[in-house]
Design a protein around this ligand. Sequence first.
Ligand SMILES: [Zn+2]
Length: 415
Amino acid sequence: MSERAFENNMMDFVEGEDGGGGVGVTTRKSGFTEPRSLLAAALSLKDEVVISTWSRRGVRVHDPTLYTGALGTAFLCFRCFEAMGSVKDLSLCLEITDSCAASAAHLKQYFSFICGQAGIYSLGAAAAKLSGDEQRLIFYLGFFSQIANTADLAVGPEEGGFGLPYELLYGRVGLLWASLFVNKYVGEETIPWSTTGPITDAILAAGRAAASHHGSCPLMYQWHGTRYWGAAHGLAGIMHVLMHFPLSKADAEDVKGTLLYMIRHRFLTGNYPSSEGNAKDRLVQWCHGAAGIGLTMCKAAEVFPMVAEFKDAAVDAGDVVWRRGLLRKAGLCHGVSGNAYLFLALHRLTGDRRHLHRAKAFSNFMYEHGLNLISTGQMHGGDHPFSLFEGSAGIACLWLDILRPEYARFPGYEL
Ligand SMILES: [Zn+2]
């Protein structure tokens, strides 16, 4: 076993069989977790997350973000409502989101879905819409529009860019993703193209300006001085979000060219560098490496169906994650649970049951061994152990999604 990952000796998919397999630490030979047991485990984990992260006694929410904070618990309740239709989950989601909104002032500098105020207001708007709560919907959309229409977001490099980052976790595409989330749940053009279009223009202009000093990739960005490639801070996350918008031909060509550049400059193993020029082939997770970049390649295969390289690259990324992605961490951002989402996306893209088998195998690994491995220190349960992106809220999301794979979406990344 390596320092980062367990050796994956689970049985891969064999046509005609749909069973699990041994994982070094187990001798179990067949069968995945029964759906009923997995659902019970997901719901019980959700209850534990709620009890551990949320109090109705009016205590101020200390961390109102989706990534590590109480909004992650609200998101899990939202996903639970989507899976089970229980109005109680939706009410709880709104209640938690309201508290996050009341504590959001200190997040002013961040406007993304995952780490900023836009996440609070967009989830609040979606939950209010589904609850039929018109007053709250107006409240949340009002706050969201204020952030989205901040002129600074549309300021391009020629005007200095105001130093606002472009990446997903803290940057401008994080706001764009939140707009897509609002439009999915509240209605198309709720956040109109007249608001998001100038922001996409600024992002593309900045990418071209940075690329022109740099090399042969059409678009390039820096975050804290590093040209990241991955989903959380880099090219994959930025390209992923841009592909959801109605780009001009020239803009679409540059997005396509950037993704092809990444494919052509990946490691021979099929994995991707964490950043431009970084020769270390180490990380295979959502935030850095093949798992998050693979999700972006799945989207590219959908948006550019004539370019066969995207689908091939997505499938290759799946193979890398299967071999090296059974990580010693549990969560979505850099753990086993997040890595399973690439298999679910590949299954939706290709219809190949191999990928669903692999997703179930990773999910099953968490179900059978996760708690034990965490309690014995062989697996890290996250610095924020109940959070959505590092901890058990993300595991519960995965289990709910495994039960309805056609609707599975990586939280905060896939729509
Ligand atoms: Zn991470």
